[in-house]
Design a protein around this ligand. Structure first.
Ligand SMILES: [Zn+2]
Length: 74
């Protein structure tokens, strides 16, 4: 019985936190404040060219105080 419960928990857990485990993209620039859903976001274009874009998890982006990009998340 215990095994069944554990299996159910393992099965359910990823769904609960899946959002925060999503990959988002941020610019490493100090003035950057947003995280992006798409690496091809037009507001990230310049950063992409300079190689300053970094892929991280949504949870980490929130932890850093980043806000959702208005272009990606509208
Ligand atoms: Zn964006």
């Amino acid at each position: 019985m215990k095994t069944v419960l554990l299996a159910a928990l393992l099965y359910l857990t990823p769904n609960v936190s899946s959002n925060d485990n999503n990959t988002v993209y941020i610019s490493k620039g100090s003035s950057a404040y947003a995280y992006h859903m798409k690496k091809s976001c037009r507001t990230l274009k310049r950063c992409n060219e300079e190689g300053h874009v970094m892929a991280i998890t949504l949870a980490k982006a929130k932890e850093m105080g980043r806000k959702p990009c208005k272009v990606c998340y509208n």
